[in-house]
Ligand binder design. Structure first.
Ligand code: BGO
Length: 734
């Protein structure tokens, strides 16, 4: 039995020369059926076996632009040769591989004959054949067709690898096109649309490339499906035109070249002398991905993105806070004291404010990320970092999610989780989503500030540095652990698309930013509001019983009964402590003390308080008493709530997280507190369950509450384990 192989390649790559070399006199020329394109066929008999060889017309692409392309493609699809021998001109690698990529996308086994090796050598082009083969996932055999060099190895390789079957290469064409392709592929598979002849994804691609032949075949096969596919194409085309001033065909070609560029940049080709025909993108890459300059520029860009996100969003965030503060104030003045008022102010107004409070952050971050993504730099950044992140089962693109979440202390995990959208592989994306909450977000900083001020005042900077390092090391190691266990699976192929640099359009940036921000509000908003009310209820109910309330009232009366009505008027009329007499100040302090004790008692009696008290038995292992436990339960609402809840638990009344000197002093002298307890609590704060807004975003981004639940349970268990280890080891050593 002979093996059927098709020789294919660009015009002038040496196809005819190789065909003649292989078949010698055993060849004949005819026409492809129905067309006047010449069809050369021949046989080759060697020790390895017999081969039936067809020399396909030379083409640059497989789109149905020319008759040659249609003939070549139809032959491959209808005759299904055991292997395509793709002749690639080694001296013009980048351009020739464009066709190879299209063969690989069809899923037919390919062997590359890397021809003109002599010319490449003369021009000082050194190609790492093994690396090229490894990255493309197909065998590559160097040849010089003119002398017959490499012919034997080529046939041996073809005999060994033919019929082995190849998984179709799946290139990522960017989020917009990939999403449309997924939708179309599902539609095509469900209807069995043209799938007897062509792979489903390939048909979808051809629809996007506006391939006349496939469009005609599709319309004949099933009008309804064809119309639906055309609708998706139309939608995508308008979207791309509006956002990137581009067309699907152009972007597909760009990404294919991006894939090739991604392969060639991995030490595959070395030029003895500078190529003077460098493309514009190559010239920019020479600087931006330079071995020394590249990382420096990247750090600068990441710092820039971080500052852009967190500096420019301050003002709109303050406006929103002001607006919600004003609404809260109105409700405060208008509503009678009681549960309804508390629900409206602390549950609903604060809840809606909480949802919208993240919007400026998310908008600015996505504006920055969209710029990096649309310009092509994001792919370069991922390319440079991939080697390091791959060790931990992550992807080069994960870096942005980590940085935005607080890799540089002070970020926020909510936009961080959203930033993981730039990752295409679901497993690496999931590992990123689950580990970014370990970063030191801005809400954890008040907790550290309190504990450092109270117990490590001499070493503030050093402790902050240690906490930053612990969060990074922890996140990377946990990612490795997750990728080796619960999210096992292959990393994305080593080749990344490096599309050409482009100047993004302002309209495109704004549309991309708005789409993503709106998704956050739409998907996460209502759930966040709901949970915010549940948390409010947990910290409020069941409240104090009548007897206890009466006791506190009696305490207040004991203070006020001996005071003149004039002094009481002075206290209630004054704003703050300004202008109060000494006597009035003393009375006010006594009353505040009673308010603080009442708030503490109410908190301890609340659902959250009861959980905190019930957990004291085991939390003691990590050095935490019931007060700390309640504060940590409160921290699930937002990490800075740990500070204000500790204030209530220590009956200090309301404590401003930014100005916590009185609480710091109280902790220093409180029984059970020591630098070791504080350090154990900081470790717990780094690792325990993300705040609920982050949890909701994880659920929305993964499309499953399972992983959101996992992040709560796993992170808390991990945090507890680490805190216990630190506390117990510390007790032994200190
Ligand atoms: C002429 N090395 C070198 N150096 N040249 C090669 C190799 C190789 O490995 N392989 C092919 N060539 P085709 P298509 C020519 O015809 O097979 C040369 O279109 C010339 N002709 O000899 O035709 C090959 O079938 C006068 O060169 O390619 C041919 O794919 C002067 O590449 C050319 C110099 O090969 C194209 C060369 C009258």
């Amino acid at each position: 039995m002979s093996t059927a192989i098709a020789l294919a390649g660009n015009p002038n790559s040496g196809k005819t020369t190789l065909f003649n070399e292989l078949t010698g006199a055993r060849q004949h020329v005819g026409n492809y059926p129905g067309v006047t394109v010449e069809k050369k066929q021949g046989t080759c008999i060697t020790d390895t076996g017999a081969f039936d060889i067809v020399d396909l017309p030379g083409t640059y692409s497989l789109t149905a632009y020319s008759l040659e392309e249609v003939v070549a493609r139809d032959f491959l699809v209808n005759e299904r040769p055991a292997m395509i021998v793709n002749i690639v001109d080694a001296s013009n690698l980048e351009r020739n591989l464009y066709l190879s990529v299209q063969f690989m996308e069809m899923g037919i086994p390919v062997c590359i004959a890397l021809n003109m090796m002599d010319v490449a050598k003369k021009r000082g082009i050194d190609i790492n054949i093994d690396r090229l083969s490894e990255l493309l996932g197909v065998p590559v055999v160097p040849t010089v067709a003119r002398t017959g060099q490499g012919k034997k190895e080529l046939l041996e390789t073809v005999a060994a690898r033919a019929k082995q079957g190849n998984r179709a290469l799946k290139i990522s064409y960017g989020l917009d096109i990939d999403t449309a392709l997924d939708e179309m592929e599902a539609e095509i598979k469900a209807a069995g649309f043209l799938t007897k002849t062509y792979p489903a994804r390939w048909v979808a691609l051809k629809y996007l490339e506006n391939d006349k032949q496939i469009l005609e075949l599709g319309a004949e096969e099933n009008k309804e499906v064809a119309t639906r596919l055309a609708g998706i194409v139309q939608r995508l085309t308008s979207h791309l035109a509006a956002t990137q001033d581009a067309h699907p065909e152009g972007m597909i070609a760009d990404q294919r070249y991006g894939f090739i560029s991604g392969v060639l940049k991995q030490n595959v080709v070395r030029y003895a002398e500078d190529r003077n025909r460098l493309q514009q993108s190559d010239k920019i890459d020479k600087v931006l991905t330079n071995r020394f300059l590249g990382p420096i520029i990247m750090v600068g860009v990441l710092m820039g993105l971080y500052n852009f996100t967190f500096t420019y969003s301050v003002l709109p965030t303050e406006w929103l806070e002001g607006l919600f503060g004003w609404i809260g104030g109105m409700a405060e003045a208008a509503l009678p004291e009681g549960l309804l008022k508390s629900l409206i102010i602390s549950g609903i107004v604060d809840g809606v404010g909480g949802v919208l409070g993240f919007v400026p952050l998310i908008m600015f971050m996505f504006l920055g990320i969209s710029f990096l993504e649309d310009s092509g730099y994001l792919a370069r950044m991922a390319f440079m970092l991939d080697r390091v992140f791959r060790l931990f089962g992550l992807h080069g693109s994960s870096v942005m999610a980590f940085i935005v979440s607080g890799g540089i202390a002070g970020g926020c995990a909510v936009p961080g989780v959203m930033a993981a959208r730039t990752l295409k592989s679901p497993k690496e994306r999931l590992a990123t989503l689950l580990t970014v909450p370990f970063m030191n977000c801005g809400a954890k900083l008040p907790v550290y500030a309190l504990l450092v001020a109270a117990f490590f005042a001499e070493n503030q900077a050093r402790v902050m540095l240690i906490l930053t390092l612990i969060s990074w090391i922890g996140a990377l190691l946990v990612a490795r652990l997750l990728r080796s266990t619960v999210i096992k699976g292959e990393a994305t192929p080593f080749v990344m698309e490096l599309p050409p640099y482009r100047l993004p359009t302002i309209k495109g940036l704004l549309i991309h930013t708005w789409e993503r921000t709106w998704q956050y509000m739409k998907k996460a908003g209502t759930v966040i509001l709901g949970i915010s009310i549940v948390l409010w209820a947990m910290m409020t109910f069941p409240g104090l019983d009548d007897t206890t309330l009466t006791q506190f009232e009696a305490k207040r009366s004991a203070v006020t009964d001996n005071v003149s009505p004039a002094l009481l008027n002075e206290i209630s009329a004054a704003e703050g402590d300004d202008g109060l007499s000494e006597a009035a100040l003393a009375v006010k302090e006594d009353l505040l003390l009673i308010d603080g004790e009442e708030a503490q008692a109410a908190l301890k009696n609340s659902v959250a308080g009861r959980i905190g008290v019930a957990l004291e038995g085991i939390s003691r292992l990590a050095g935490f008493d019931w007060r700390t436990n309640i504060a940590l339960v409160g921290g699930f609402a937002a990490k800075e709530v740990v500070v204000s809840t500790l204030g209530t638990a220590y009956s200090l009344g309301e404590v401003d997280p930014e100005e916590n000197t009185s609480l710091a002093q109280r902790l220093q002298s409180a029984p059970g507190w020591s630098p070791l307890t504080a350090f154990s609590l900081m470790i717990f704060t780094i690792f325990y369950a993300p705040c609920f807004v982050t949890v909701v975003c994880i659920a929305r981004e993964t499309g499953s509450w399972k992983w959101a639940g996992f992040s709560v349970v796993f992170n808390t268990a991990l945090a507890f384990g680490l805190s216990v280890a630190v506390y117990q080891a510390g007790k032994l050593i200190l």
